[in-house]
Design a protein around this ligand. Structure first.
Ligand code: GLU
Length: 509
């Protein structure tokens, strides 16, 4: 294996729908690997299965990576010297390589109709199209040459199959899994090309493109591991052993609860997205939630995904993209599947919100406030964010918690009133209002000593005063420190809220 070549990796999705979060993890690992080796990351669209093509999927995938900050060096939407990067635009190339295999006797033409194949499967349990059965089927190996030529000239439908020699030892050298060894006898003569749509199948297009695009490492999901021996044999058949990429099959993402692969149904059942962005299914009209629309920060999603299948081997959990690039180690990825802990995803979001400058969070917060009928300035929203963001995992959770900053309470929470509004509270609040009315400096630092001195002088209980005061300004028992609130509201609003509460709440003397 040639390790001295400059690193070139690719993410090669098939545009069959929205990108699954596992695919995002695959792309991320490719990105980290490329960046840390100063290599190139290619974005290739594998759209040779026309039956599964979904319009809009390619744009969706590109938009997802733009949002996440995963950038590519070459590919669909990025340009480069190895294009076209959309497989449907490379038919002429694949044709040439299929012909090479045919000419070398490494592939053959098969005319079996779907009915004939079904009949063969019916007749023999566990039927496999391979060296032991191909002579009984209708193909260029079993039919006389003239017959094959005649069928071809008549335009009869056919496929090209890979001629697999039985009894060969096939070794896949996997960076994560070590040597995966199988015998070629278990493989069937895979279809490489379909004349009907003049397109190769995934296997052929994938290998030819990896070769032509000089891919050095194939980093992809575990679900592709069963295809790897076939891919190794294809490299051999083409004589490309020396430039065969190294494989790394990433661990599966597992259900948060229990065994098995993470599916969209798990997300629906447990309430979390399995797609990076919201996806609108044009056929069914279904809308699937996305991390972006659910209020995740892209950095949090990146950090969370990076640790699904790999960790830096330290206690460090919060890692920026730069740190991930520096520390990521493909050889330390786990073989075992990674449980998809969506609660941990929310925790990461909390951490990222906490450390993100308020000014960067404020546009989203302002939008949410406006949608809730609250109009305020950027400056005031920013101040509230600073006071409150430590309490939530998502900016949207702030809106109900922060309403009182912008809108005076219209009602007072009954339970809090019962508990916090004592018979002496109206009197204390009247005194406090007078005191505050005379306070010049209404900042936190200006109010605090004045109020504390008054409480001490009167011999009041701090808790009693603060709880009642909170009720007057907030309407319930939530929120940050009282001086934070009153300083934010300002003198006039503070006094007017107190006044209203004193008039509205029970007047027990
Ligand atoms: N087109 C395949 C996919 O959708 C690519 C698999 C590979 O990376 O070889 O994931």
């Amino acid at each position: 294996m040639n390790t001295s070549r400059p690193v070139r990796v690719r993410f090669a999705p098939s545009p069959t729908g929205p990108l699954h979060i596992g695919g995002v993890r695959t792309a991320l690992y490719n990105y980290l690997f490329a960046r840390q080796h100063g290599g190139k990351l290619i974005f290739r669209i594998e759209d040779t299965d026309s039956a599964r093509f979904v319009p809009g999927a390619e744009e969706y995938i590109l938009e997802s990576f733009r949002w996440l900050g995963i950038d590519f060096d070459e590919g669909v939407g990025f340009g480069g010297d190895n294009g076209p990067y959309r497989q449907s635009e490379r038919r002429h190339i694949y044709k040439e390589y299929v012909q090479r295999l045919l000419d070398a006797g490494r592939a053959y033409i098969a005319f079996d109709t779907p009915e004939e194949l079904a009949a063969a499967r019916e007749a023999t349990r566990g039927f496999q199209y391979d060296a032991s059965t191909r002579q009984q089927m209708r193909n260029s190996l079993s039919l006389p040459h003239e017959e094959t030529a005649r069928l071809l000239s008549e335009g009869v439908n056919y496929v090209v199959r890979f001629r697999i020699e039985p009894g060969e030892d096939v070794v896949v050298n996997d960076i994560i899994r070590g040597e995966v060894r199988i015998n070629s006898s278990v493989l069937d003569d895979k279809v490489l090309y379909k004349a009907a749509d003049q397109l190769p199948t995934y296997h052929l297009a994938n290998i030819v493109d990896d070769h032509l695009m000089e891919v050095t490492h194939v980093i992809r999901g575990e679900e592709w591991l069963p295809s790897a021996p076939l891919h190794v044999l294809l490299y051999r058949a083409f004589g490309w052993e020396n430039t065969m990429p190294q494989f790394a099959h990433l661990p599966l993402l597992l259900k948060p609860d229990g065994k098995g692969k993470l599916s969209k149904r798990d997300g629906d059942r447990l309430g979390f997205p399995v797609f990076p962005l919201e996806w609108h299914d044009a056929k069914t009209g279904d809308v699937s939630r996305g991390y972006r629309e659910d209020g995740y920060l892209p950095e949090a999603v990146i950090n969370f995904l990076a640790l699904l299948g790999w960790n830096p081997g330290t206690e460090q959990e919060i890692l920026s993209m730069e740190e991930l690039v520096a520390q990521f180690d493909l050889t330390k990825c786990s073989k075992a599947g990674a449980k998809f802990d969506f609660k941990k995803a929310a925790w990461f979001n909390h951490e990222y919100i906490l450390h993100k400058p308020d000014a960067e969070l404020v546009p989203a917060f302002l939008d949410l406030l406006r949608a809730d009928g609250i109009d305020t300035t950027e400056e005031r929203a920013c101040a509230v964010l600073g006071m409150m963001k430590g309490r939530v995992s998502f900016v949207k959770e702030l809106v109900p918690l922060c309403r009182f900053f912008f809108v005076a309470p219209q009602e007072y929470d009954e339970k809090t009133v019962r508990k916090r509004w004592k018979e002496y509270s109206p009197q204390q609040m009247r005194e406090l209002a007078d005191l505050l009315a005379g306070t010049q400096d209404f900042s936190i630092e200006g109010q605090e000593p004045v109020v504390h001195a008054w409480i001490e002088e009167k011999g009041y209980k701090m808790g009693d005063v603060m709880n009642a005061w909170r009720l007057t300004l907030v309407g319930e028992g939530i929120g940050p420190g009282m001086f934070d609130i009153s300083a934010f509201l300002g003198k006039q609003e503070t006094l007017s809220r107190m006044q209203r509460a004193i008039e509205t709440l029970p007047q027990t003397v």
